[in-house]
Write a protein of this length. Structure first.
Length: 710
């Protein structure tokens, strides 16, 4: 039996958490300042360079301090990543909204977040406990202010968040951002209120010594923390001496590795009638022992599980990469007179380990990346260098590699006064160790590492790199890891517009989850397959079968039930479809997709009573999906309101110009408003459209409209 290991005094290249609070020192002033400003301002910006400790200050300092004062603090949100889920199982979501709400609502099934806006969430949150002001935080918020391939979704999220907070005094939002995105973060915050600012810099020498001394405890020379802090301190020209927290942790983890967990011998039972041996009796003289049923003898000190054998749900891996903590062999710390050689070696080993890991995840060798890194950022011919960012490659290397080196705390990104980003070593103290660094042995990423890297690459739109890492995770690890890898491959194919390939991967993941008896995961995967079929399969009944099986496994999930209702409609069965959707709305009247889908079906029925009901449903939608615009136009045309119908149709056609359903509704509107030629042209386009294809039961309508005067 192994006793639970206490938190490591030095967590190394990962952030502190609330569990590490007893070992978080040197930031008392910053904790008080953060808590005071967060409590008093509607919006607060915590800003600092990468690796300076913003996430640690939040999790091990500011949030526990607020909770000690009985403040209501929601879980920390991040704007990327999100829960493990086959993306096709729900209608397309704003990825930033989905990731943030999933963080704030960790106990809510992710499929229940479909269609939920930040505005609607905060409105409900304010009513849930009106006596306590909610404190919200978004960490790594620089992702919200950096241009990317998802700019439209990013800006929509910021607009939603600003609308939700404007004029509200009953919330306290904190955004934690890297320094290079401070200007954009302040511009956003000023849309809401006058923001509070909490700058976070590196540690001064005294605070760094405290951050070393307190976790070390007794048993070490009293002057050692001061020597180490002095050795790690330094500064660039015109800057005061400082100690970088990330490098301090890297060195201390190397010099003072955590003790292994204490092991206790496995309990044993003696045979009936055999007295226990006296204390001190040699083992060779003890009688035979019997172990309890279901247990097996273990060597003394053998842990019940191997290190690292933590099983996550499919795809549920940490949002921040698990950087290597165990560096090759502990450093034998010297006499204490001059810690420099030991610190240099620790920093060189730290750099080699990070470079080896990044190289493996980007399909390079440690020699390639280490040589490039040393020559570019710390050439022996001179001191540290800076490199300006260029897309898609910077200094001959993909920009994603440099960003991962920033996450690994070897590089830091800055913004020049002209607005251009540039990279340089995290701290001048790294120059000498990097110049001497030797490539580490090839790093073998764990399957979890691979999946984290795949998720990050998918978020960045680097599909080839994402696929390579997800494929590398297949066949290595537990069944859950295999299912997560197949799900990730399905998500990559889905984002690339390859629905049939995505369905194949989802089905493989479902088979694995079925073997694990994870019925919820199987249900979501079947729902994803069913929804995909509606986009490429000309037999909607197959989608109905998949979604019906999904409902059987996850019977109370509104997103899956709504998918079933949509499949029944595509299969030409509007009555049972309306019954399913009305059942969803009876439980949750604000379910956006169910409201929109029911409105579309009612509009398509084409009679005045159904058209009036469709308009009532559409008026209840705060943010109507693009596909519902054509349903509104058709309902208005059925009710003989041609001018309004044409106006609604213009907006819908602009957003969904190639949708077969939108084109057919446009044809019906044209016919009802007296333009048979346009109706024929639009109906012919609807019959040929593939995004998605026209359901089979609507082809006769399209043929009739395509023959004006017939």
């Amino acid at each position: 039996m192994t006793l639970p290991s206490p938190p490591a005094p030095f967590p190394g290249n990962r952030q502190f958490t609330d569990r590490d609070r007893p070992h978080f020192h040197g930031r008392d002033t910053e904790i008080r300042e953060l808590a005071d400003i967060w409590r008093s301002r509607r919006i607060t910006i915590l800003h600092g360079a990468s690796g300076v400790g913003k996430s640690s200050l939040l999790r091990a300092g500011g949030i526990p301090a607020l909770r000690d004062g009985a403040r209501r603090v929601l879980p920390v949100a991040t704007p990327c990543g999100g829960p493990a889920l086959p993306l096709a199982a729900i209608p397309r979501q704003n990825p930033f909204v989905f990731a943030v709400l999933a963080s704030w609502l960790p106990e809510t099934a992710p499929t229940r977040l479909a269609g939920l806006s930040v505005t609607a969430f905060l409105r409900a949150l304010g009513k849930s406990d009106p006596g306590r002001i909610p404190h919200l935080v978004i960490d790594a918020a620089e992702e919200l202010f950096a241009p990317s391939s998802a700019d439209e979704a990013r800006m929509a999220f910021l607009d939603d968040l600003a609308e939700a907070l404007t004029g509200r005094a009953d919330f306290r939002l904190l955004l934690s951002v890297r320094e290079e995105r401070l200007t954009e973060a302040l511009a956003f915050a000023e849309r809401v209120a006058d923001p509070g600012r909490v700058p976070l810099g590196p540690l001064d020498r005294a605070s760094a010594a405290t951050a070393i001394r307190a976790p070390l405890g007794p048993g070490h020379p009293a002057h050692l923390p001061d020597l180490l802090a002095a050795d790690l301190s330094g500064g660039r020209r015109g800057e005061p001496d400082s100690v970088d927290p990330a490098l301090l942790q890297a060195v201390c983890t190397r010099l003072f590795p955590p003790k292994p967990p204490e092991a206790l011998p496995a309990p044993v039972e003696h045979r009936s009638g055999t007295p226990p041996t006296k204390p001190g009796t040699p083992e060779t003289l003890q009688g035979p022992v019997e172990h309890r049923r279901g247990t097996f003898p273990t060597k003394p000190g053998t842990p019940e599980t191997r290190p690292g054998q933590v099983e996550h749900g499919p795809g549920a891996f940490p949002t921040k990469s698990a950087w290597p903590q165990a560096l090759p062999g502990p450093v034998e710390y010297g006499s204490g007179a001059d810690p420099g050689p030991d610190v240099d070696q620790a920093l060189a080993d730290f750099a080699a380990a990070v470079l080896a890991r990044v190289a493996a995840l980007h399909r390079m060798t440690p020699d390639q990346l280490t040589g490039w890194f040393r020559d570019v950022f710390a050439p022996k011919s001179g001191g540290a260098r800076v490199v300006y960012e260029e897309e898609p490659r910077t200094a001959g290397m993909p920009v994603s590699v440099l960003r991962d080196l920033v996450d690994g705390h070897l590089l830091r990104v800055h913004r020049h006064r002209d607005g251009q980003l540039f990279y340089r070593l995290t701290h001048p103290r790294l120059v000498r160790p990097v110049q001497a660094v030797r490539p580490a042995s090839a790093y073998r990423p764990s399957p979890e590492d691979r999946l984290c890297a795949a998720d990050k690459a998918l978020h960045r739109g680097e599909y080839d790199l994402a696929r390579a890492n997800a494929e590398a995770a297949l066949g290595h690890g537990s069944l859950r890891v295999h299912a997560a890898a197949e799900t990730t491959l399905g998500n990559i194919a889905y984002e690339r517009g390859l629905p049939e390939v995505a369905a194949e991967h989802y089905r493989a993941a479902a088979v694995t989850c079925e073997a694990m008896q994870d019925t919820t995961a199987v249900g979501r995967l079947l729902a994803a397959i069913g929804r995909l079929r509606l986009g490429y399969d000309d037999t909607p009944e197959r989608a109905v079968a998949d979604l019906h099986a999904a409902v059987g496994r996850v019977p109370h999930d509104p997103a899956i039930q709504t998918g079933l209702g949509r499949a029944l409609w595509f299969a030409g069965r509007p009555v049972p479809a309306l019954a399913v959707l009305s059942g969803v709305l009876a439980l949750d009247g604000a379910a956006a997709e169910a409201l929109g889908t029911r409105a579309e079906i009612l509009a398509d029925l084409g009679d005045p009573v159904s058209a009036a009901s469709a308009l009532r449903d559409l008026d209840r939608l705060a943010c109507p999906p693009a596909s519902t615009g054509s349903a509104r136009a058709l309902a208005l045309a059925v009710l003989d309101r041609p001018k309004e119908a044409r106006a609604a149709l213009e907006d819908a056609a602009a957003e969904e110009a190639e949708s077969a359903l939108v084109l057919l509704r446009a044809a019906r509107v044209a016919a009802l408003t007296g333009d048979p030629v346009a109706a024929a042209r639009l109906a012919a386009r609807a019959a040929q459209a593939t995004a998605p294809p026209l359901p089979a039961h609507l082809h006769p309508t399209a043929r009739d409209l395509a023959r004006p005067g017939a």
